[in-house]
Design a protein around this ligand. Structure first.
Ligand code: AMP
Length: 113
């Protein structure tokens, strides 16, 4: 099976601006930012999307969310931010490798489009 974009970034086959990395997750700047701060954080283990996560992934998903909050703090998003997971075609998913968008640095409207 061919690698996902994020697997290629994890393997350093494609360059990215890395903001955080540990044994389980990687966080990079989004190449097409939708806010002054737009970072993607994803597990190194391939889970295509949240709908395909299982109970066995619980610890990893908890780590992913806790690290997303830690990265947001490190990036200085003191007055708030949004975490987004797009799932499937109607959810706006374009990369089939589970990732959390960390968006901040401006007021974000609700509801999203
Ligand atoms: P989604 O649409 O939720 O699947 O999010 C995929 C995100 O990956 C989009 O926000 C893209 O801008 C972003 N993206 C695509 N290619 C790259 C890349 N090479 N480096 C960083 N971010 C990327």
């Amino acid at each position: 099976m061919s690698k996902t974009l994020f697997e290629k970034i994890i393997a350093r086959e494609i360059p990215a601006a890395i903001v955080y990395e540990d044994d389980y997750v990687l966080a990079i700047r989004d190449i097409n930012p939708q806010a002054p701060v737009h970072v993607l954080i994803f597990p190194k283990k391939l889970i295509p999307r949240i709908a395909e996560a299982t109970g066995d992934d619980g610890k990893l998903l908890s780590h992913l969310l806790l690290k997303a909050a830690e990265v947001a703090k490190k990036l200085g998003l003191k007055s708030g931010y949004r975490l987004v997971i797009n799932n499937g075609a109607d959810g706006g998913e374009t990369v089939p490798h589970l990732h959390v968008h960390i968006l901040g640095g401006r007021h974000l409207a609700w509801p999203p489009g």
